[in-house]
Design a protein around this ligand. Structure first.
Ligand code: BMA
Length: 365
């Protein structure tokens, strides 16, 4: 009889070697680390608070080291700082509200070193008219840009510049800093050239896919991707999902819902709808949910945070809520979304800060 033992032993060794390899999990990418961290917020039932351009400028100050209207009022930084990439596509040194990209890179590293989180939005110029993101004078832009050709090549270059910037965010040891990126936001509205009313869900999905492709080809692995339709033209789950590019492209199901004075009931209805859509979709698709942008300009209601925002979000499993920037009045009057020191709604914001459910920097460190 032939001796099969050596062959059997070799096969066994191979099999166990294979098993051993299988048993060793792949290390998490920086993006996966951040997703796990955000998932932890959901498990704990906390909602991280975010603010745009937080340490760059605020009400009547700009570029004062480590200053922040949120910190000046509450004593703590926001858990999430949002920054914008608008004008990176033109290779500019400053973004569209004049914040230098080098400053953003440094501040993102500081926020990361403190144990906080960074997120990025992007208001790119109109590739056809050369106007800004809000230039919707030509509603054929999406069709033109997404067709193969020179404009689509330009778009590739633009996305590549955004990817290079995000890929350049490193901690003190040279490791990539994981960030949330929320491109092509508020697409259900008609105000951006990439908005669905100026194109179609199919063109929009192609735009996302191309964006992911450029990032992936560059090996960028520090991005958690957020999808964020606006409440406009978004009254049903079908409308919310109409432009969803697919599970392989998105990590966070977001919602942008602003409050306007005199529209409290409308705000409540929209929040209920949008947060239901986002959290339901997140559950069904194995994603996280967030209120990616909200706010009430100039904090004209003295208790907006406690009387409107908090009741609207408290029962939804969202991992963060982010409000827009506090512009200097010299740049844009009455355009701020958190109270600054001395503003009448300071106590309201402090009460919101003190809630066990809302998480600022110290709560997530
Ligand atoms: C808008 C306003 C503008 C700003 C733009 C991009 O909501 O705040 O003043 O230029 O966002 O940050």
């Amino acid at each position: 009889m032939k001796n099969y033992l050596p062959i059997a032993l070799a096969a066994l060794a191979l099999a166990s070697c294979g098993k051993k390899q299988q048993a060793e999990p792949e290390p998490l990418t920086p993006a996966q680390t951040l997703i796990e961290r955000l998932q932890g917020f959901q498990d704990k039932g906390i909602i991280a608070f975010g603010h745009h351009d937080d340490t760059a400028y605020g009400y009547r100050w700009a570029y004062v080291a480590d200053s922040s209207d949120v910190k000046n009022v509450t004593g703590d930084y926001p858990a999430i700082m949002n920054w914008d990439l608008g004008l990176i596509e033109w290779n500019c040194a400053k973004e569209l509200d004049s914040v230098p990209f080098d400053f953003i890179r440094q501040e993102a590293a500081k926020q990361h070193a403190r144990g906080g989180i960074n997120s990025f939005s992007w208001h790119p110029r109109n590739p056809v008219t050369k106007g800004d993101s809000w230039d919707v004078s030509d509603t054929t832009v999406m069709a033109q840009v997404m067709a193969p050709g020179a404009l689509n090549d330009t778009l590739n270059v633009w996305i590549g510049r955004a990817a290079d910037f995000i890929g350049s965010l490193k901690d003190a040891d040279g490791n990539p800093i994981p960030v949330i990126f929320r491109p092509w936001h508020e697409q259900t509205g008609q105000w951006f050239w990439w908005g669905l009313p100026n194109g179609s869900p199919e063109l929009y999905k192609d735009l996302w896919k191309q964006t992911r492709q450029v990032f992936d080809e560059k090996g960028i692995n520090n991005v958690v991707w957020a999808f964020s339709p606006d409440k406009s033209n978004c009254e049903t789950m079908e409308q919310y999902m109409a432009s969803y590019p697919g599970d392989e492209y998105v990590d966070i199901m977001g919602a942008d819902v602003y409050h306007f004075p005199g529209q409290d009931e409308y705000f409540n209805t929209c929040m209920k709808n949008m947060l239901t859509f986002a959290t339901t979709a997140a559950k069904e698709h194995g994603k996280l949910a967030a209120l990616t942008e909200t706010g009430s300009e100039a904090c004209t209601l003295p208790n907006w945070y406690m009387d409107l925002l908090y009741p609207a979000i408290k029962d939804y499993p969202i991992v963060y809520v982010s409000v827009w920037r506090n512009a200097m009045p010299e740049m844009k009057e009455n355009h701020f979304y958190t109270p600054y020191k001395g503003h009448p709604s300071e106590p309201d914001f402090i009460n919101f800060y003190k809630l066990p459910k809302t998480a600022f920097l110290h709560d997530i460190q």
